[in-house]
Design a protein around this ligand. Sequence first.
Ligand code: AMP
Length: 483
Amino acid sequence: MCGIFGIANHADASRLTYLGLYALQHRGQESAGISACDDAGVATFKAMGHVADVYTERELQSLPGTVAIGHTRYSTAGDSSTHNAQPIVAQSAYGEVALCHNGNLINASTLRRELEEAGAVFQSTSDSEVFLHLIARSGAASLEDALVHALRRVQGAYCIVLLNKGTLIAARDPFGFRPLCIGRFDGAYAVASESCAFDLINASYLREVQSGEVVVVKDGRLRSVEALPRLDSGKCVFEHVYFSRPDSTVFGRTVQASRDRMGRILAQESPVEADLVVPVPDSGVTAAIGYAQQTGIPFQMGLIRNHYVGRTFIEPRQSIRHFGVKVKLNSVKELLRGKRVVLIDDSIVRGTTSRKIVKMVRAAGAREVHVRISCPPTVSPCFYGIDTPNRKELIASSHTIDEIRKYIEADSLAYLSLPGLLQAVEGSGAEFCTACFTGRYPLDFGSDMMDAKADDRQMDLWSAPDPDIRDLPVLSPARTGRR
Ligand code: AMP
């Protein structure tokens, strides 16, 4: 979960990168950074916080040059601090190199150990720094060859952009886990995690960076290198469910279309007699519109989101997240009073958010609350860059749908089926990673990731830090391997 952007061959490269990052802010809010390059070398400015807070005119003016890359960070590996902010910059035999990464490497600790034993000194705890060390030590004749050498050694999910001596390089892993697309603007080429970044700068969408492809932009020309085999079997379906913006084209299809279909198929699979369809904003809105249109039940914004609060989940500390739900959402009592409500959200992770929202909707006077979720139950953690918690904290990994329904105190609960989800994204299942719903990982995550995330214990609601869920009955014991 991060946003990356790069542009080459434009006099205003850093300002356009700033705008691109603005559009990619939803992908990470912990830190923002830009590196730009002119004849004098690479200049970088990065800091903790949102793009709008990190940059003023002064910082942008300190980033001259025709090539720039940028990053908005949400930490999934390494802690949330300035030394992990990106771009990461290093001096190498190829000159100064700056790098931004979106994704999660699954063999980063092994590689890091190896590199440290060989004398490498790391500046950060982020897995992304491994790329630069591998590049620096490759001994290859050119940066491009050094990168290909590095890519052959890393395993996992990555989209990266690099900057070096007036050259922009972008690469995507062979599975294509995370999105990266190419745009054209005013004689320049741009790359971005999502196409919504191109809309803001008026760039036109050209295509995706292909899985396993390295793209080099130099002197206004774009060259493609088939660096690694194109496996194409790991596109993260959760980008379409939740993470990407609905106005983006991701993996070659619009997120809006996917979410609308998720809502429609959910309505066909799990209809319910009700007076209102209410989304959990913003994540549930598009699917809720699809659900309402399919059923003919009126759509109403019965919950209002305070847009000046970050995503609750984005805060690494649990206590802040739980507090955040109340800060973030409020009910519109006039709409909900006396109504049978279908509440639509994109996903249930721990279940605490849904439980609070159902409570809020009932407190507003709703007669019935039926929860519909526009993806299948989240049963397994992600090792490829989506911030999902340990397995034991995923409520659906150890509880039945009816147990979850009781926990969130809904009158009914239904999830979109896996075939329904694949139908919504028009996928056969072969090109998408659905590990969070199936536990089937396209790339074995190996010993490096065998940490608490894969822990098979049952979610323990009693130890939840949230005071108003402490008095709940204990749910039945874990049934691992159920799905
Ligand atoms: P929970 O209380 O853990 O069940 O939170 C579920 C809410 O978190 C839903 O409204 C989702 O939109 C949102 N959500 C799901 N996955 C993520 C994620 N990886 N990062 C941030 N928010 C998420």
